[in-house]
Design a protein around this ligand. Structure first.
Ligand SMILES: Cc1ncc(COP(=O)(O)O)c(C=O)c1O
Length: 374
């Protein structure tokens, strides 16, 4: 990997395709696949990721906002796209105009969609969102059937299915997840008993795709595993996933500091002996978390260089005393592989006390991306 700028964020679209195919193989042939590309494809770039997943065979895409859905349409993506967070009533016209499917859980939005669909001579496709235990978006289970009954007043709305979201599918103990699933299946059966077809009902995130085949239903809806990370850091996935994002930099300066020298804002680190320090031009403005201060590591010459002191806005210092021959201009790997050593998003997440999802979103949206494997 040639790194010609101070900060280089690399996205490997061939790895994204590899992960898609690996996950697809875990599903039965009839099961549809919604690739979650919300939040700028978890920081990997909405349009390049969506194009790659569409070309690889995904059936649906899931986005977070009308803006993301419209951007995909503008880029020529013709796959069905689901707005996972639903819309505001005033967005109904745009959502129908762009032929976007909508997660639905509000009466005012149902009305607005019916009006927009009527005005445009179209149908609006909706997925009724039910809260089976996430405590986030959606109708409570007791509200779902009465809401469906009201939708009979809106012939312009086409109900594709029920959808829900799982709160703890990534942990080993599946008791709570099974409760959510059973509640969902019970509701689905009750709705179908009332004549609703609901062909595309779905709630399986990455963890459920991997470990709970009963939850696949008509469609799975994974995100994080597409981007190469397991949903729970300590549990290796059943298929080989390839990391899609990597972050590189170059050493900007090397200096030797005497014992007792302070490093970075707040003087939170003091050298114990003579210390070789490399200054790296990456900081929290690049999404490189300040929580990595005095905790994280980078790779230089295939060896781990610990962060000394606070991560600054554009700069971070690492110790290279035990790494021979480090010079200004040398390549630095902050996420990814170098000479057989690897820093994963889960490792960065553990240092920063967060999850790989947040590492990807933060790094990916803060720095220009370079694509390979298109
Ligand atoms: C509604 C919804 N479905 C699916 C997903 C994908 O989850 P995961 O990335 O854990 O596979 C998410 C992610 O947050 C989500 O919010």
């Amino acid at each position: 990997m040639m790194v010609t700028s101070m900060v280089h964020l690399s996205i490997d679209l061939a790895a994204l395709e590899h992960n898609y195919r690996a996950l697809r193989r875990l599903c039965d042939p009839g099961v549809k696949f919604l690739a979650v590309v919300k939040a700028d494809a978890y920081g990997h770039g909405l349009i390049p990721a969506a194009r790659k997943l569409a070309a690889a065979g995904a059936d649906y895409l899931g986005v977070g906002s009308l803006e993301e859905g419209a951007a995909l349409r503008h880029a020529g993506i013709t796959l069905p796209i689901l707005l996972l967070l639903g819309i505001l009533p005033e967005e109904a016209e745009g959502a129908v105009g762009a032929d976007l499917d909508i997660a639905l859980f509000r009466r005012d939005v149902a009305r607005a969609l019916a009006v927009a669909a009527q005005a445009q001579g179209k149908k609006a496709r909706v997925h009724l969102k039910v809260d089976t235990g996430m405590g986030r978006l959606g109708l409570l289970p007791g509200e779902a059937l009465p809401f469906l009954a009201e939708l009979r007043n809106y012939p312009r709305l086409e109900v594709q299915g029920l959808i829900s979201h799982l709160a703890v599918a990534e942990i080993e103990d599946k008791t709570y997840t099974n409760q959510q699933l059973h509640e969902f299946i019970r509701l689905l059966a009750a709705a179908r008993h009332q004549g609703w077809k609901l062909p595309l009902s779905h709630l399986a995130n990455s963890a459920a795709l991997w470990e709970l085949k009963e939850a696949h239903l008509g469609m799975v809806r994974p995100g994080i595993m597409l981007y190469g990370s397991p949903p729970a850091a300590h549990r290796p996935p059943p298929v080989e996933l390839q990391p899609v994002m990597a972050l590189y930099s170059r050493v900007l300066q090397v200096k030797r500091l005497p014992p007792g020298a302070a490093i970075s804002y707040g003087c939170t680190y003091k050298t114990r002996g003579w210390c070789d320090v490399a200054v790296i031009p990456v900081g929290y403005c690049n999404g490189y978390s300040r929580h990595l201060s005095n905790r994280g590591e980078m790779l230089i010459h295939g060896q781990r260089a610990p962060i000394l002191g606070r991560v600054c806005m554009n700069l971070t210092m690492v110790e290279v005393t035990d790494i021979p021959g480090v010079q200004a201009g040398d390549r630095v790997t902050l996420l990814g592989e170098d000479e057989g050593q690897r820093l994963s998003a889960d490792e960065l997440a553990a240092w920063a006390e967060t999850i790989s999802y947040e590492i990807y979103c933060a790094l990916g949206t803060a720095t220009p991306r370079h694509y390979t494997g298109a």
